[in-house]
Structures are given as structure tokens and as C-alpha cells.
Design a protein around this ligand. Structure first.
Ligand code: BDR
Ligand code: CA
Length: 316
């Protein structure tokens, strides 16, 4: 069993990945931590509680960061055109959900849970990296105690999605992402190189909903606004970014990867750009030297990934 803490900013594609993690038989979802990003942390936390209630997910929810790790960074607008004003595609969601939150802030929940399960926890992080960076700052030893960190974020040999060079989760808190990439733990970076070519059509999701239970029907409903947004880039479908990271947990063989030290540009016109120094390539001394070698996804078997998502979501 893979023990997973899911760090997320639901978020439409976050919701699909949550249902995948909940339903996959080899995954034990032991916690959900929220972060700002696709909406405010109040909204993403409310959405996590809403999905927990609707999908009957036992994992506790801990509320996380509401600002970047460098508090001096200017706040940006929420991406309502992508995820809707309420982060879940503008479907009807109650203002508040009558479920308790974990009493700890997300980064503390992560530290305590990792320490209680040494060597076992897999952190799947699909929003800004703020909670993970805060956990590392408060308790650097956890780097040696997690099994691995699988993130959705970044782009290496393809353009970004919020600037020509930067992807949203990294661009939303570049300093936090640089802390996470350079810490002495194993990070698997699932970025736009693989997620932007992994697209699910409206009809594929619709066919899943027709076959599936209420949970899949809810997912279909909340995804419609997001699919409409993606018409500029996808032929009547959507990129399933966050689910690609969730799939890696159980099916790494569906990805091709390279290894190398990863840095994040902090500031300037390339703010939030992720740059890998591939192992084995020689350069003069520089800012990638002496850092841990991380795993960067460069290829994906998209069709098989979609099928695994479908088959997992249809296991009720
Ligand atoms: C990432 O940004 C968010 O909009 C999505 O949920 C995903 O995690 C894609 O760049
Ligand atoms: Ca996300």
C-alpha cells in the first residue's frame, strides 16, 4: 500500500486526482492538505471538505498556506477563468461544509504524519509548494523520512502556461518550489512536458459518467467549465495535469524520465521557470552543483494513463 498525503488546491483537475487517490486499491490516502492557488485557501479548503463529504473520503483535511513563503511577493488574481469563481467550475457548492478540519496547519500535519510513518509517506503535491517548503523549514529532518515527493509542476522542454517559461504551480510560489527541488529528498517532477499532452475529451469523461456512480457524475459536472476554458488548446477536452502525478504513484512505468538537479528561477522575466541540469552533462561550476539529483518526467503513455484513470474511477 502506498501511504499518500495529497497536498492540493481544488481545483477541477485536483478533484479528479483526489477521486483517483481515494479509489485506487493500492493507495491509502492518509491526509489531504490544502493550499491557495486555484482560489483562496478558504475556498480550496471548503472544496476539499465538500469533496470529502460527497465522496465519503475518510482522510482528514488540514488547512494550509494562504500566502507565498516570501510574504513580500505581490498577490495575484485567482484563475477564475480556468477553475470558476468557486474553484470547482461554478457548480453549486454550499458556503460552508459541516465537517471538522484537522486542528493543525497543513505543514504541521505533514511533519507529524511523516514522523509517525518514517520512510513510508509519499507526498503528492499538485498546487503551490508553500506547505512543503514550510514543513522543510520547520523540520528539515523530514526530508530523510519521506519516501518521495511527486509533484505536478514546472516545464522543461515545452513552454509554460502562465508565462512563456513558467507553469502555474511553480510560478505561484517560486521560492517555495526552489526549496522543495533542492532539498535532500527524492522529488519526481511531473510537469507540462507530460501533462499538457495528456488530455481527456468531454465525451470520454461523459461516457465515464454515464457508466459510473454519483461521484463520477459530480466530477463530470464540475469539469464542464474547465473543459470550456481549454477549447483554446484542446479539441473539446481538458489537460488532466494533477491526475498525471497521482498516476505516477502506482504506474511509474507509464513515464519516461531523466535525472538531474533542478532549480527554479526566482524573479525577473523568467520568474518561476524550472531548469534541470541533466546528470552526465558537463558545465562550468554553477548554481546546480552539489544538489540532489531529482527525477523529471519527459515522456508519458497518455492513452494508458487515461485508461488507468477511467478504470480506477469506475471502481465504486
Ligand atoms: C496546475 O495549475 C492548476 O491550475 C492546476 O490545478 C494544476 O495543478 C497546472 O498548471
Ligand atoms: Ca492543482
Amino acid at each position: 500500500m502506498h501511504k499518500v498525503i495529497y497536498d492540493t488546491d481544488p481545483g477541477v483537475d485536483d478533484a479528479m486526482a483526489l477521486l483517483f487517490l481515494h479509489r485506487h486499491p493500492e493507495i491509502d490516502l492518509i491526509g489531504i492538505t490544502t493550499v491557495f492557488g486555484n482560489a483562496s485557501v478558504e475556498t480550496t479548503t471548503r472544496n476539499a471538505l465538500f469533496l470529502k463529504r460527497e465522496w465519503d473520503i475518510p482522510a482528514p483535511v488540514a488547512k494550509g498556506a494562504s500566502v507565498t513563503i516570501d510574504a513580500a511577493r505581490a498577490e495575484r488574481e485567482w484563475p477564475a477563468m480556468v477553475h470558476g469563481d468557486n474553484g470547482l467550475g461554478n457548480i453549486e457548492v454550499p458556503h460552508t461544509i459541516d465537517l471538522p478540519l484537522d486542528s493543525r496547519p497543513a505543514h504541521r500535519f505533514i511533519i507529524d504524519t511523516v514522523r509517525a510513518n518514517p520512510g513510508e509517506v509519499r507526498l503528492v503535491a499538485v498546487g503551490r509548494m508553500t506547505n512543503l517548503a514550510m514543513a522543510l523549514k520547520e523540520d528539515p529532518e523530514i526530508a530523510g523520512l519521506v519516501k518521495d515527493v511527486v509533484i505536478m509542476g514546472g516545464n522543461f522542454y515545452v513552454p509554460g502556461n502562465v508565462s512563456p517559461v513558467a507553469e502555474a504551480n511553480i510560478h505561484g510560489d517560486p521560492e517555495a518550489a526552489d526549496i522543495v527541488m533542492t532539498a535532500p529528498w527524492k522529488v519526481v517532477v511531473i510537469g507540462l512536458d507530460v501533462t499538457s499532452i495528456t488530455t481527456m475529451s468531454r465525451s470520454y469523461l461523459g461516457a465515464m459518467a454515464a457508466k459510473g456512480d454519483g461521484a463520477v457524475k459530480l466530477l463530470d459536472g464540475l469539469s464542464q467549465h474547465y473543459i470550456d476554458f481549454y477549447t483554446h488548446a484542446v479539441d473539446d477536452g481538458m489537460m488532466v495535469h494533477d491526475s498525471c502525478a497521482a498516476v505516477y504513484v502506482v504506474a511509474p512505468e507509464l513515464f519516461t524520465t531523466i535525472t538531474g538537479a533542478v532549480r527554479v528561477v526566482c524573479g525577473g522575466i523568467a520568474d518561476g521557470q524550472t531548469v534541470v541540469k541533466p546528470d552526465g552533462r558537463r558545465f562550468p561550476p554553477g548554481d546546480w552543483d552539489g544538489l540532489p539529483s531529482q527525477i523529471v518526467a519527459t515522456g508519458i503513455e497518455s492513452q494508458k494513463v487515461l485508461e488507468l484513470i477511467r478504470d480506477t474511477l469506475l471502481r465504486a
